[in-house]
Write a protein that binds this ligand. Structure first.
Ligand code: G6P
Length: 620
């Protein structure tokens, strides 16, 4: 995790770095820091808490210069303290760096460096890198290398990096070599923004919006020396390489909350549009199917696919579960949904005809990336369903589907989930029409999908009743979320939302499976949220609800408009529009997002920046 920024040019670095860090705060917000260089003076300011806290510190105690690096932290090694915040200093101040990633062999290296007399000030793995580079710099100079030559510094960094096990994105300043930043990458993303007489560095392209559209994505084991006018790119064991500058079409991230109090609420309300954007241009009415511009896979090859693996983490994994139901129902292709963190180390017997889809909002999740790479290594076609254009997963996939949901800033994913489900519905239609699905069935599915933006608008009408119900239930410390078929993943997602932002214990379960354990938890103090729209197995899930009521459990039901029977049984009902079974997740997930949001507010929690979490998890 963690976000890195850097700047070298003619502007005042501190403001630029602070603005960049604000845009990268979704990657971690335990603490933040900047280092700004002027000649051989490097001023460091760092502080626990949000970038806003750092901004106040810098205002009270300014640093000046046109070159600098910055960092927003999600702690892995070492508590969240001012001292453990980045930037870190190596040797006697000759090296200052920020690091994103995890150094797995840091303990051994630390011991060796301590043996050599290096004094550690922090409990982080990153400080090891700073001292290690300082040490090798000293060694190079002792060997007679020119202390004023850039190549001496590059050698010192290269030797140091070869000793590291783990992942890193690094931006480094050298006290005695002003006017340049050295960056290096292995496993953690880094982008260089190319300007006129200035260069930018960031963990992803979002902080560059408004400054430049020209970017260079650093590849693993590449490092670059960056000055205001030049980028010198090197690849491990190959030496200097030509850099490839890409033009990206990026609109500045909309950080404006508009009429909303939080990004999460804004994003919940954006769902009619985000779903519409996901559908746009992807319907082929004449052939009653869907179409995708970027799958990069021959339809003939697709017809041969006999197994699909969907891999993801968190909310995206829940979307994958919905995808399993959709693809198996409409395309009759067996689907497995794998946690990316498991898949990357498992060795499931995938066949030549297996196709892998990584599902990810950010396109940067470390486990999802590693699982996709592992599948590619074994020769499987690997595609991505991704929101962030130009992200690492989007670039490395053989092809894929962009969500076009727009930036999602709230840490708890909302609109990305419904867009992922929409994209998976389109995929199920596409694969289905290649196989058994009739023209008329395809037409029907298209018309139902087309209605969804309006249906979601109507669904948002439940907001007032959700608000009232939330106030009533905010004091409970345990919840069950229950649903069946398409609403089982919705129950998991609803429980996750509540856990993430209100810190309440919640479990999602298939409603009938609840009898095999979780029902033991049911009493007057453990409410159950039942996702129970009319549909194929409505009477079955109704019996499950009765089982809870028989044990004096309180029930909040998510039910279809006009369902009066449920009102007699449940303690509280949230009504949503009735849709076909396969579209229910798009509708029923909305009141659960709102429920989590309002319960979190009632409990005084920070809904957009919940404790311990980050939007993009770039460590494994
Ligand atoms: C983090 C976020 C979740 C997200 C998950 C996967 O845990 O807090 O909201 O679902 O990562 O992220 P991805 O970007 O791969 O969808």
């Amino acid at each position: 995790m963690c976000g890195i920024v850097g700047y070298v040019g003619f502007r005042s670095a501190p403001e630029l770095l602070l603005d960049g860090l604000t845009r990268l705060e979704y990657r971690g917000y335990d603490s933040a820091g900047i280092a700004v260089q002027r000649d051989s003076e490097i001023g460091i300011r760092k502080k626990v808490g949000r970038v806003e806290e750092l901004r106040k510190l810098v205002a009270a105690n300014p640093v000046r210069g046109s070159i600098g690096i910055g960092h927003t932290r999600w702690a892995t090694h070492g508590a969240t303290t001012d001292v453990n915040s980045h930037p870190h200093v190596g040797g006697n101040g000759e090296v200052v760096l920020v690091h994103n990633g995890v150094i797995e062999n840091y303990a051994k290296l630390k011991e060796q460096l301590q043996g050599l007399g290096y004094v550690f000030r922090t409990a982080t793995d990153s400080e090891v890198v700073a001292h290690l580079i300082a040490h090798h710099l000293e060694e190079q100079i002792k060997l007679g290398e020119d202390p004023e030559s850039v190549s001496t510094y590059m050698k010192a960094v290269e030797v140091s990096l070869k000793k590291l096990k783990g992942t890193y994105g690094l931006a480094i300043l050298f006290r005695d070599l002003p006017n340049l930043i050295l960056v290096a990458r292995a496993g953690s993303p880094l982008v260089i923004g190319v300007g006129k007489g200035e260069h930018f560095i960031a963990s992803d392209a979002s902080p560059l919006a408004g400054y430049t559209d020209e970017v260079v994505y650093l590849a693993d084991h590449e490092m670059a020396v960056i000055t205001a006018d030049h980028v010198d790119l090197h690849r491990r064991d190959e030496g200097r390489v030509k850099m490839s500058v890409q033009t990206i079409n990026q609109v500045s991230t909309d950080l404006d909350l508009g009429k909303f109090d939080h990004y999460m609420l804004k994003e919940i309300y954006e769902q009619p549009e985000s779903i519409e954007n996901c559908l746009r241009g992807r319907i082929d009415d004449d052939s009653a199917t869907s179409k995708f511009g970027g799958l990069n896979i021959d339809p003939q090859e697709l017809r041969l696919v006999d197994r699909i693996v969907l891999t993801a983490c968190g909310t995206s994994w829940h979307a994958g579960l919905v995808g399993e139901y959709l693809i198996e129902e409409f395309a009759r292709i067996p689907v497995e949904v794998e946690y990316a963190s498991e898949l990357r180390y498992r060795n499931p017997p995938l066949t030549e005809r297996t196709m892998v889809f990584a599902i990810t909002q950010s396109g940067e999740t470390a486990d999802t990336l590693a699982a996709m790479r592992e599948c590619k290594r074994k020769g499987h076609k690997s595609l991505a369903i991704c929101n962030v254009v130009g992200s690492t997963i989007a670039r490395e996939a053989d092809g894929g589907i962009y969500l076009h949901a727009g930036p999602e800033i709230g840490v708890a994913s909302t609109k990305a989930f419904t867009s992922q489900v929409t994209a998976l519905s389109l995929l199920a239609l596409y694969l289905g029409r290649m196989r058994h699905m009739s023209y008329h069935a395809g037409k029907r599915m298209i018309s139902q999908l087309r209605d969804m933006p309006d249906t979601i608008r109507r669904t948002l009408g439940c907001h007032d009743s959700v608000r009232e119900i939330s106030a009533k239930y905010a004091g409970y410390d345990n919840f069950l979320y229950l649903g069946r078929l398409y609403n089982f993943p919705v129950a998991l997602e609803g429980a996750l939302k509540l856990k993430e932002i209100s810190y309440i214990h919640a479990e999602g379960y298939p409603a009938a499976e609840m009898k095999h354990g979780p029902i033991a938890l049911v009493d007057e103090e453990t409410p159950s949220v039942f996702v129970i729209p009319r549909g194929a197995i409505y009477p079955k899930i109704m019996s499950n609800l009765e089982e809870i009521k028989a044990r004096r459990g309180k029930v909040i039901a998510i039910a279809c408009e006009g369902d009066h029977r449920i009102a007699d049984l449940a303690d509280d009902v949230i009504y949503v529009p009735e849709v076909e079974d396969f579209l229910q997740p798009l509708v029923t997930s909305i009141p659960l997002q709102l429920l989590a949001y309002h319960i979190a507010l009632e409990r005084g929690c920070n809904v957009d920046r919940p404790r311990n979490l980050a939007k993009s998890v770039t460590v494994e």
